[in-house]
Design a protein. Sequence first.
Length: 179
Amino acid sequence: MFAAILASLRALVVLTAIASVAYPLAITGLAQVFFRDKANGSLVTAGNQFVGSSLLAQKFTSPRYFWPRPSACDYGTVASGASNQGFTSQKLVDVVNDRRKTFGADAPADLLYASGSGLDPHISPEAARYQIARVAGARHLPPEKVTALVEKSVEPPQLGFLGQSRVNVLLLNRALDRL
């Protein structure tokens, strides 16, 4: 019986070392070698200063910038998630109607409804195009110049067929600042 307990303890120690030390170190090492940018959070810099991550939405409220999808968690990563309000929820109806007042009745759905995570860094190309007049006017730029920047920022579906075309708001706003 004592021999079985010792064998079990040895197996526990060895498997714990493999599963909680060796495997995570190996995966982290491989990620650092092959996917360094993504493994480190896909951080975006301006000069030597970090301004955000291309994987997480950030709050932009200035009319000089493109705005991301609304966030049920106010873009906070700790409490991220959806509001879990259904289409029969009066609170959701009120929030969407308030957003319609801001964007207009014909605004694309992704400017009116929050994403499931509340941190989606992308909007549809239609949502970006919808904001061109506001951004161009606030920056005193020709709309054609801002339109060209939006079109250049459209990312195709992953692997050419997974998902939909999209625009990363942070990367678009950084490109806008470089104009």
